[in-house]
Design a binder for this molecule. Structure first.
Ligand SMILES: Cc1ncc(COP(=O)(O)O)c(C=O)c1O
Length: 395
């Protein structure tokens, strides 16, 4: 039979979560309670003032939204960048509004693959799956970089083979890292940005979790060294950072974020984006502007996630699944004890049959086979119940 779709679409792998959905459905049919640690949806209500702004402006005439974002939203994003990272440059000229990070991450490959004849795009494995699919659809060469315990989950392109570096159009990094929660310090950013300048590689930095760092609940001030930074602090030359309100402010379903960095890339890329038909409705942009201008509600969210992390860490370290408390209270990257299983997929599917949904590391691209991811998206009570079930699987 002649192909009805092209080889890129027809060769896409089956979405691995499908198996978990089937198990979940069976449990739902049996009225069994499900503890879903699989999705990365913070499951907290939208901050009230943002919700009010959304409701108010939703009744006004909407019209087509402009592709780069409203002036009000862009000013709020620029204000956030200046407050949060004390940038030296004026960020108002360096940013483009997006419909959340996912589409922005996918589409940037279309403007970068092929620059100066270079076809390769490197990305972390394990990592967010869209980095890889973006390269495939842009007909580039994917270069997954295994991040492991051994290399401390650090992307170190100075260790790449020379042939890869020569063909490298851009490189993705994601710190704080989904799924391991790894963070990096300013010296890492300085070294990485300098390397990218020397090798003429565009640095793409996914900063979806940059505001969700762990805080010590009994201390008023967070020490500056614990607060994750952006490579934009070092330079915007060939650097693009991707920010989102999904995790920071609970806008997951409303789809809004922005990208900021090198104008020489963003200006032509904005022209390309006009063809993709991507812009967030104006009423959501209004709510988003409010959220970028406020830090207090984000601090409250950090408290909630940090409380969950403290609780989870205590229980999971007793089960010998976790040794060190991560810096970011959103995902936990848990090591299955050797005595229990060496196969993350079997382990997670068995756990799912008992109602506890988690993600096997290999489904996130991990080259190691004995890790699984748990997101801190449940209440303490539900987590406690789920951990009682988990305990039975690890002893
Ligand atoms: C690392 C990472 N990047 C990007 C995204 C996309 O987030 P959004 O499109 O909601 O902004 C996610 C979502 O979970 C993620 O984990």
């Amino acid at each position: 039979m002649r192909d009805v779709v092209n080889p890129i679409t027809s060769s896409l792998e089956e979405y691995p979560m499908e198996e978990l959905f089937k198990i979940k459905q069976k449990l739902i049919n049996k009225n069994q309670k499900i503890y879903d640690f699989g999705v990365g949806d913070p499951s907290l209500p939208l901050w009230e003032p943002a919700l009010e702004a959304l409701k108010q402006s939703a009744s006004e005439s909407q019209g087509y939204p402009s592709i780069g974002g409203t002036k009000e939203l862009k000013e709020a994003c620029a204000d956030y960048l200046l407050r949060r990272f004390c940038l030296k440059e004026d960020p108002s000229r360096l940013l483009v509004a997006t419909k959340g990070s996912k589409e922005a991450i996918f589409h940037i490959a279309l403007s970068l693959i092929g620059r100066n004849g270079k076809q390769t795009l490197a990305y972390p494995a394990p990592g967010y799956p869209v980095y890889k699919s973006s390269v495939l659809f842009a007909q580039g060469v994917p270069y997954p970089v295994p991040l492991t315990e051994e290399n401390h989950y650090l992307m170190e392109p100075w260790n790449f083979p020379e042939k890869v570096v020569k063909d490298l159009a851009a490189i993705w990094v994601n710190y704080p890292h989904n799924p391991t929660g790894t963070t990096v310090n300013i010296s890492y950013w300085e070294k990485l940005v300098e390397w990218c300048h020397t090798e003429d590689v565009v640095l793409l930095s996914d900063e979806s979790y940059v505001d969700l760092y762990h805080i010590l609940l009994d201390q008023e001030e967070v020490s500056a060294s614990r607060i994750p930074l952006s490579p934009l602090v070092v330079s915007s030359d060939r650097v693009i950072s991707f920010f989102s309100l999904s995790k920071r402010s609970g806008f997951t379903g409303l789809r809004t974020g922005f990208m900021a960095g090198d104008r020489r890339i963003l200006e032509p890329h904005l022209k390309a984006r006009a063809n993709f038909g991507l812009s967030t409705p104006v009423c959501i942009q209004k709510a988003a502007a409010k959220a970028w201008l406020d830090d207090k509600h984000v601090a409250l969210r950090r408290e909630i996630f940090s409380e969950r992390l403290d609780f989870a860490f205590e229980k999971l370290s007793q089960m010998k699944l976790l040794v060190e408390k991560p810096e970011v209270p959103f995902y936990l990257w848990l090591k299955i004890p050797e005595s229990v299983s060496r196969n993350d997929i079997d382990f997670c599917l068995n756990l799912a049959r008992d109602g506890v949904i988690t993600t096997p590391g290999r489904w996130l691209g991990s080259k190691e086979e004995h890790f699984f991811r748990l997101s801190l998206t449940l209440s303490l009570e539900d987590m406690g119940e789920a951990f009682n079930i988990l305990r039975k699987h690890v002893i």
